[in-house]
Design a binder for this molecule. Structure first.
Ligand code: KG4
Ligand code: ZN
Length: 346
């Protein structure tokens, strides 16, 4: 059985075809990043309109690359949330129409569950890796930070972003520094040639005893620091001087340290054998290197997603849909609704 996955929750229109063993036959992603770049972030109405325009071509391209006639698709999976409602509705409506016309089952998938299992997929045509339970999952993206424990039959939430999401602060700080959008990859590159120790920041924490993430204080400190240094207007990445580069490196280091701080707390509290990192921010080189090292030192198996699968894509949605379908079987889908909020484990 082949699975077709559709993702339209934010600014990527994506359709993928997967084999039952998780092999990715095609994963076509059309990014609208450039459309939104001049606004410094995703504009919901523009996103929905572009999904509507792009989806038919992305869909055709995905089937064609997978050399899969539509009749050979045995299961449809689509992101139903969390995300921008108008954007989600484009994918969801298309998926319902396809499933209905072909008489095939459809699974409405959580975007975060898609990210969660993405480290087990391979971007180069190999079957999905075997998933042993329990494992801990850390999803870090432009809209979310969620730390969970994944058991055979349930997902247990441990911590979430109490204010800004990590990708969001990367984007906001980079925009304030005049560096463009999305900010994550830009800061990542700048930090590689800088010294994070010259400008250390404290690791953010709430006072309520929770392990929830907090990044908005860090963002404010950065903005104040940029103001104090008189940094204004746009600049090219190459023109960033050593002072600003060190500041950005210190900022990134503080995000990495907070992630490690929470993981360490969980490891001490309940033990940890395996960790799966995912989401757009999981492309960050320092996060990847630090967590890989952290895991090796503690004999924790750390699963990092292929860089090509860290951003939003249909393959992860098809895979999460396939897993749900195997566990729960066919469900009534015509009444499935788009949800702007949908925390993991709910
Ligand atoms: O998962 P994703 O594609 O979309 C959401 O579901 O939010 O994540 C996008 C986010 C953006 O905020 C982007 O700046 C961030 O991922 N990102 C990075 C890197 N690459 C993308 N953040 C830090 N370092 C990177 N290399
Ligand atoms: Zn995402």
């Amino acid at each position: 059985m082949r699975v077709l996955g559709i993702e339209t929750s934010c600014d990527e229109t994506s359709v993928a075809v997967l084999e039952e063993d998780g092999r990715i036959l095609s994963n076509v992603v059309s990014s609208q990043m450039e459309m939104h770049a001049r606004f410094g972030g995703v504009v919901p109405e523009i996103a929905s309109r572009h999904h509507l325009e792009n989806l038919p071509a992305v869909f055709e391209e995905s089937l064609s690359r997978a050399q899969t006639p539509l009749e050979e698709v045995g299961l449809f999976a689509v992101t139903a949330g969390p995300g921008l409602i108008g954007a989600l509705l484009v994918g969801l409506s298309a998926a319902k129409a396809l499933a209905f016309c072909l008489g095939r089952p459809l699974v409405a998938v959580s975007h975060l569950e898609g990210h969660l299992y993405s480290p087990f997929l391979s971007a180069d045509g190999a079957p999905a890796r075997v998933i042993a339970h329990p494992f801990h999952g850390l999803v870090v993206s432009g809209g979310h930070a969620e730390l969970v424990r994944v058991e055979e039959d349930r997902i247990v939430p441990i911590a979430h972003a109490g204010d800004d999401a990590p990708g969001e602060v990367f984007d906001k700080v980079a925009r304030r520094a005049g560096l463009g959008y999305p900010g994550g990859p830009i800061v990542d590159r700048i930090a590689r040639r800088a010294n994070p120790k010259r400008h250390p920041f404290k690791v953010g924490k709430f006072n309520d005893g929770s392990l929830n993430f907090t990044f908005s204080g860090l963002k404010s400190q950065l903005v104040r620091e940029l103001e104090a240094r008189g940094i204004e207007g746009d600049r090219r990445e190459e023109d960033v001087d050593a002072g600003l580069a060190d500041l950005l490196a210190g900022f990134q280091r503080s995000i990495v340290e907070q992630l490690v701080d929470r993981l360490e707390a969980v490891r001490r509290r309940e033990g940890m054998e395996r960790l799966a990192l995912s989401g757009g921010v999981a492309a960050n080189s320092e996060i990847r290197e630090t967590l890989a090292r952290w895991g090796t030192e503690r004999e924790i198996e750390v699963f990092l997603p292929d860089r090509a699968l860290t951003g939003d894509n249909g393959a992860m949605i098809a895979f999460a849909g396939l897993r749900r379908f195997r566990r729960e079987g066919p469900r009534e889908y015509l009444s499935a609704n788009a949800r702007s909020r949908w925390p993991l484990g709910s």
